[in-house]
Design a protein around this ligand. Structure first.
Ligand SMILES: NC(=O)C1=CN([C@@H]2O[C@H](COP(=O)(O)OP(=O)(O)OC[C@H]3O[C@@H](n4cnc5c(N)ncnc54)[C@H](OP(=O)(O)O)[C@@H]3O)[C@@H](O)[C@H]2O)[C@@H](O)CC1
Ligand SMILES: [K+]
Length: 511
């Protein structure tokens, strides 16, 4: 699903109004009707008090239409206009009049006014600011946001939590409404997925308001949200007359004394993702544990006992996963430099190899085109430098990826894959995966996909999705705390099966 920038949403709005030959008022009515339906389906006439806080623009207008529809259905509402500006949008004014005709006159809240009492069992609808926010809210509006937060009432934000910009991180956390749920129009917003802005809404959901389909499908966007539909398009079925050679030979290079487990995890994940053959290249101390515990993998050992001292092998791998558990011994650093001088095989680079690249920038120029780099935030910072906010981070990551022609996988709760100026936001995964070894599993999975012929960008996007999906499958049995990297590998098979699982609801409909 595409993630549109605010200007594109305004443009989609205009095109829709023109092509459907409707007024903006009709579109607002449609949007607010979706909000009403959502609430009504859940509340079923429940007399709970609903406080609707409306701004003076179209976000506020949505709130006023919702208030009218709730009133008509007999809900217990209180409506407030948050008068943060003298201006009013036309559709706001039209709908204020319509509401007044139904004998609902909102309380106008201005600077210095007493704030309404809200009980924790009430519901708050936040329609104060939407996409039109262009500067930080005034202090008294921030005080209102804090008041809403202190009430602990369920807070439903319309389109976007008020105070949240679509293109920058707010400098003051208090200046944003903390939404329990956000009902966003037509398309998800990038800020729902970034670490410093995603925290303002616990959940989000898209409401289809019928914006012009042609506009939505033809517009180019800088970001895309990756779910099952998107990765299904990449999936390559296994062929009947195939053999292990058809699916490539992955070489996993890494490990050091005390960190052989990382290689074990990556190699095993690589096998479970479908690589035809897997060989591990490790220091000698890794030989026995790997041969004993992972019989499907082959092992080549370095001359040194405890760390890699020279990368030298006589096989022709399809792809190399490099760096897990490798350490940064001087000999390992030299070995990596010499290896990169001659290597032409596609690479997936993680962990210590990333840190070595950060400390030896000249190595970056030696990477083969479209190498996949999988940093966690600290490793990313070492690679691209310090950033100021999520948006600058993304721009710096895009420049880095362009400069070195590499696919950058920024690991996090919504892992973001960057390539060729575009970002792909993953939707699978859970906090149980924040545990040692899960990164090694990802490296193995992406390597295993490239081995089978997936182009590096698709392998990265697909691998990240499947890695999260494996975690989501397993966490149902283990709970967050007990989800280990080994458990994640067990879930890879389920993640593949899930790609083709038919929804229970669909089956029920057919019966
Ligand atoms: N296409 C769609 O998806 C549809 C969208 N719809 C809805 O429209 C919403 C966008 O509405 P909107 O453009 O009127 O902006 P909104 O956020 O209500 O702000 C109002 C005005 O406030 C001002 N302002 C800004 N910052 C400020 C500040 N700190 N303190 C004080 N004032 C400030 C600024 O005006 P300015 O003062 O800069 O001239 C701004 O214009 C969108 O989120 C969705 O809910 C649906 O109705 C139908 C279909
Ligand atoms: K809002």
């Amino acid at each position: 699903m595409k993630i549109f920038a605010a200007e594109q949403i305004y443009a989609a709005d205009k095109t829709t109004i023109k092509k459907q030959n409707i007024t903006s008022d009709v579109l607002m009515e449609r949007a607010a009707t979706r909000l009403f339906e959502w609430l009504h389906l859940r509340l079923q006439g429940n007399p709970v008090k609903i406080h609707l806080f409306c701004g003076i623009g179209n976000n506020g207008g949505d709130g006023l239409v919702l208030a009218r529809q709730l009133k008509e259905e007999g809900y217990n509402i209180a409506v407030y206009v948050v008068r943060y500006s003298e201006k009013r949008s036309d559709d706001f004014s039209t709908n204020l009049e319509r509401l007044k005709k139904r004998e609902v006159t909102p309380d106008v809240l201005e600077e210095g006014d007493a704030l309404p009492t809200i009980s924790k069992d009430d519901i708050i609808v936040d329609a104060i600011f939407g996409l039109g926010l262009n500067r930080p809210p005034d202090d008294w509006v921030v005080a209102l946001f804090e008041h809403l937060h202190r009430s602990r009432a369920f807070t439903l934000s319309v389109d976007i939590p008020s105070g949240l910009f679509t293109d920058r991180v707010p400098s003051d956390k208090k200046a944003v409404v903390k939404a329990n749920h956000t009902l966003t129009f037509q398309v998800p917003k990038l800020v729902f997925f970034l670490p410093k802005t995603g925290i303002f809404t616990e959940n989000w959901e898209v409401l289809d308001i019928g914006l012009d389909q042609e506009f939505l499908s033809t517009a180019e966007t800088d970001y895309e949200l990756i779910g099952k539909n998107e990765v299904l398009a990449f999936y390559e079925p296994r062929k009947k007359y195939s053999h292990k050679g058809t699916y490539g030979h992955s070489l996993i290079i890494g490990g050091s004394y005390g960190k052989i487990g990382a290689v074990h995890l990556a190699a095993k994940a690589c096998l479970h993702t479908g690589s035809g053959l897997v060989t591990a290249y490790v220091p000698q101390c890794g030989y026995t544990p790997l041969q004993t515990n992972l019989p499907e993998a082959m092992v080549i050992t370095d001359a040194a006992e405890k760390h890699i001292s020279k990368i030298d092998f006589d096989i022709e791998p399809t792809v190399i996963g490099l760096g897990i558990g490798m350490g940064k011994d001087t000999k390992t650093v030299n070995a990596l430099g010499q290896f990169l001088d001659v290597n032409k095989t596609p690479l997936v680079i993680d962990a210590d190899a990333l840190n070595i690249l950060s400390e030896n920038e000249e190595f970056l120029d030696k990477l083969p085109p479209r190498s996949v780099l999988t940093p966690h935030p600290k490793e990313l910072e070492r690679l691209i430098g310090k950033w100021d906010g999520d948006f600058q981070k993304l721009e710096m990551a895009k420049s880095f990826s362009q400069k070195y022609d590499c696919v950058l996988v920024i690991k996090g709760s919504n892992t973001l894959t960057i390539y060729d100026g575009k970002g792909y936001v993953n939707t699978t995964g859970n906090p149980g995966m924040a545990t040692g070894g899960t990164g090694d599993v990802l490296t193995g999975m992406v390597t295993g996909l490239i081995a089978q012929g997936y182009p590096p960008l698709q392998a990265a996007i697909f691998g990240v999705y499947m890695h999260g999906e494996a975690g989501d499958t397993m966490v149902e049995d283990t709970g967050y705390q007990t989800l280990t990297a080994s458990k994640l590998i067990e879930g890879i098979g389920e993640a593949f099966l899930d790609l083709f699982a038919v929804d229970d609801d669909v089956l029920a409909d057919e019966e």
